[in-house]
Design a protein around this ligand. Structure first.
Ligand SMILES: *[C@@H]1O[C@H](CO)[C@@H](O)[C@H](O)[C@H]1NC(C)=O
Ligand SMILES: *[C@@H]1O[C@H](CO)[C@@H](O)[C@H](O)[C@H]1NC(C)=O
Length: 315
């Protein structure tokens, strides 16, 4: 507690608040990142070392000619997510964004169509969304494989009252509030089901990196890389929101890397299976819950930062 001496003179409650405040401040950093410096989260050797999800598609060196096979590869509660399977391929060619009248060729135009679409990207691109969050409609896959695609420095992604959405291989960072809304999440999933978020890179947003709330169910969060953010993943909206009792989420094969504070995940009411994740460090805690959640945590690998406060809860 050497750095917290002002707190010591106060009650233990204030001590916790002080500590929490320091941690929160530490993770409010904002900076832009270099798209070519993002870690490549795919295993490098084809045929070895794949987990059960990756081996399903990645062992096939011709995966790019059978992209929709990916939809059969999810495990856990989101395994039924079909995404845009059996729909047309839609190619994003234009990184610009027009929230009111989206142009053909942009991500927003494809993502809001009613019919199933498998959305891919013609080349590497950095997309800054304008106005407000991009509300993705049901039966969509956003498939970043083969291109480096980032959504950054503006509003980011929203799934609300939808089902069958797959988001794979997209980098999302520095999500900011748009002109038309107040939200600063990376990916926000509300009242939705059959959702699979796989191999995304998420960091540095104004609010949760990946929050799954308001009666969402049947979700898998796998193979993602989280870094540089305080409140990582909230499962369950609030203590008053009893619909989250039906929530069931699988959190598997994720890498919770450097500079994270808490909520990996934090669970309210529902059921979370948290397995085979790697935790490099945390500022406050890694997995937590309140309001009678059930958390099955198994096979996770934890390394605490070299700071006694993160190894044992000391007040
Ligand atoms: C991005 O990173 C690459 C490789 O590390 C480097 O060559 C390039 O100069 C960087 N670009 C910027 C804008 O920092
Ligand atoms: C959710 O979507 C369904 C159609 O898929 C619609 O009938 C319903 O009104 C929507 N609910 C809300 C709260 O928007």
């Amino acid at each position: 507690m050497v750095n917290l001496s002002p707190c010591l003179v106060l009650s233990w409650i204030l001590a916790i608040m002080c500590y929490f405040h320091i941690i929160t401040q530490a993770y409010q950093t904002k900076s832009t990142q270099n798209i070519s410096s993002f870690p490549n989260s795919y295993p490098s050797e084809v045929g070895s070392g794949f987990n059960v999800i990756d081996s399903c598609w990645r062992k096939d060196s011709k995966w790019a000619s059978n992209r929709q096979k990916l939809a059969d590869c999810a495990k856990g509660y989101g395994a039924d997510a079909r995404g845009g399977k059996n729909g047309a391929i839609y190619v994003v060619t234009d990184p610009s964004d027009h929230p009111i009248h989206p142009k053909k060729g942009t991500l927003r135009y494809g993502a809001i169509q009613k019919r199933p679409l498998w959305i891919i990207f013609k080349r590497d691109m950095s997309i800054t969304l304008e106005g407000g969050e991009l509300f993705i409609s049901s039966y969509k896959t956003i498939d970043g494989r083969g291109a480096r695609v980032e959504i950054a420095n503006g509003p980011c992604l929203r799934l609300d009252n939808v089902s069958h959405v797959i988001i794979h291989g997209i980098t999302i960072h520095n999500c900011l509030r748009g002109r038309l809304d107040l939200v600063r999440h990376g990916i926000r999933v509300t009242s939705s089901s059959k959702i699979w978020i796989d191999h995304c890179y998420l960091s540095k947003c104004g609010d949760g990196l990946l929050d799954i709330t308001q009666g969402s169910a049947a979700v898998t969060v796998s193979n993602n890389y989280f870094t540089q953010h305080n409140k990582v993943m909230l499962l369950g909206h609030s203590n008053m929101y009893l619909k989250d009792k039906k929530m069931h989420v699988t959190v598997v094969f994720n890498h919770f890397a450097s500079g994270l504070g808490q909520r990996m995940p934090r669970v309210r009411y529902g059921y979370a299976h948290v397995a085979n994740n790697k935790y490099d460090e945390w500022g406050f805690y890694a997995i937590g819950g309140s309001s009678h959640p059930t958390i099955l945590s198994e096979g996770n690998h934890y390394t605490a930062r070299n700071d006694p406060r993160t190894k044992e809860y000391v007040v």
